[in-house]
Design a protein around this ligand. Structure first.
Ligand code: NAP
Length: 424
């Protein structure tokens, strides 16, 4: 029986879930993998805080050296959260020859080159399945199962909080502020929800997924990002009337050497598989030249689902040696093999408040056609104030053309309420 001695960096929501799952699965892991796991030490801020019974007070410490300098600890599991000191501690552990398993997308996405290099130089394992999609094995799929493919596209719902908010806004007709307050009360949204609702969390995850899928480092700074706070009940209703639901989508595509990557609210057709992903669930929809289309779906967060991915990585780390793997040559910025798209072509949704004047529609149509944007559908859902709201669905058009057309609208006649991308 092989024995692995483990040190934890953090023992909050995820760390406690990991200790609990190791205890629950101890016999199975012994029987199936001939592996004995000992959790020797757990770094926390407060050693006084009450924790679940599976976390004995004797393993808690607030001295990081007790984890990082213990020669018996061969695998370090990191779930401190945030960029620092998490990234520094992981780099120290890797340089000391310890394998590292992390759930921390922020520290990984922002310090990947440094961490990967440290792993390669010392020959230690570096695992991050839990950093994206909780329990879903999307990282391993991209690293190994889908190797024999040119992956050209991925569209993902990888932030459970925003998907939960948008689902309730859609299904229950609630406005953003009401559903956010409710989600905060239920512990499903942070007291400061900015990282989720502004799309930051999804952009860290998209950087990780797109880099692995396209064999090139796509840094977070090259991902265009737009949050969901400007999505109103009116947009959700208008999109619904036209056969769409609004989702916060993390999307990346590669054509030859051009990569396009963005996080933004998108109108998804109700018949698209991503439209059925509700509540806090996550999904990644991929296209590869050989496997065609595929979607993986599951719980993207939560203590037990995330612990499921971490303990699986831990078992791999204990069994493999020299397992530092990434699908691309690690460089600091954007890989030389690719360049980022300067423009993108897709269909757009425009919601406009227009003055009730004769000729307004002709003016809007002329601004759009002046940029060669053609209209696929136009709806006038409701009158409001001294004007009317109209929604327009365009045929695929360059985003730059849409921006130019919108800026040509006469501000006396037309107020642009929202412009959103449409997934086909
Ligand atoms: N929550 C999820 O569903 C989920 C899902 C996937 C990935 N993740 C990732 O997992 C990580 C942890 O999330 P979490 O929800 O478990 O967070 P959490 O509940 O806030 O736990 C953080 C833990 O780290 C400790 N800690 C933080 N900073 C420290 C420092 N400077 N020195 C010593 N100890 C420190 C805290 O100590 P105290 O306990 O003493 O405060 C706590 O035990 C994050 O990177 C997150 O993105 C979370």
């Amino acid at each position: 029986m092989k024995k692995v001695i483990v040190g934890l960096l953090g023992c909050g929501n995820i760390g406690s879930g990991v200790v609990k799952l190791i205890a629950q699965m101890r016999e199975d892991i012994r029987r199936h993998y001939q592996l004995e796991i000992e959790v020797r030490r757990a770094l926390v801020r407060s050693t006084e805080k009450k924790r679940i019974p599976e976390v004995p007070a004797s393993i808690l410490t607030n001295d990081p050296d007790q984890v990082l300098n213990d020669p018996d600890i061969s695998v370090v599991l990191e779930f401190l959260g945030g960029e620092q000191p998490a990234a520094d501690y992981m780099a120290r552990a890797l340089r000391a020859g310890k394998s590292v398993v992390t759930a921390n997308k922020m520290a990984l996405a922002l310090h990947w080159p440094e961490l990967q290099r440290a792993a390669e130089e010392s020959g230690s394992g570096f695992y991050y399945e839990a950093s994206v999609g909780g329990a879903m094995p999307i990282i391993r799929m991209l690293q190994s199962s889908l190797q024999a493919n040119h992956i050209t596209r991925l569209s993902a719902i990888i932030n459970g909080t925003t998907n939960y908010l948008l689902t309730r806004m859609t299904d229950e007709g609630m406005d953003y502020q009401t559903v956010l307050a409710d989600a905060q009360r239920l512990g499903l949204a942070e007291p400061d929800p900015a990282a989720d609702v502004e799309g930051e969390d999804a952009s860290y995850k998209l950087s990780i997924l797109s880099s692995l899928a396209f064999h090139a480092h796509i840094p977070v700074s090259d991902i265009q990002r737009e949050g969901m706070t400007h999505i109103s009940q009116v947009d959700i209703k208008c999109a619904g009337d036209m056969g769409y639901v609004i989702k916060l989508v993390a999307s990346a595509s590669r054509e030859e050497d051009v990569v396009d990557a963005f996080v933004s609210p998108v109108l998804v057709p109700k018949i698209h598989p991503l439209a059925s992903v509700k509540g806090a669930f996550n999904a990644v929809y991929l296209h590869g030249h050989a496997f065609d289309d595929m979607m993986i779906y599951g719980r993207g967060a939560g203590s037990a689902p995330t612990a499921s991915a971490i303990v699986s990585d831990l078992i791999c780390a204990a069994q493999e040696s020299n397992a530092a793997s990434s699908t691309f040559e690690v460089v600091e910025g954007l890989s030389e093999s690719v360049r980022m798209a300067q423009d993108r072509t897709c269909a757009f949704y425009l919601r406009l408040q227009v003055k009730d004047n004769p000729g307004v529609l002709a003016h809007v149509a002329s601004c759009l056609s002046g940029q060669k944007v053609s209209v696929r559908a136009l709806q006038q859902p409701q009158g409001s104030g001294d004007g009317a709201q109209i929604t327009i669905l365009t045929h695929p058009a360059a985003e730059s053309s849409i921006r130019k057309a919108v800026s040509a609208f006469d501000a006396e006649l037309v107020t642009v309420m929202n412009v959103l991308r449409v997934e086909e």
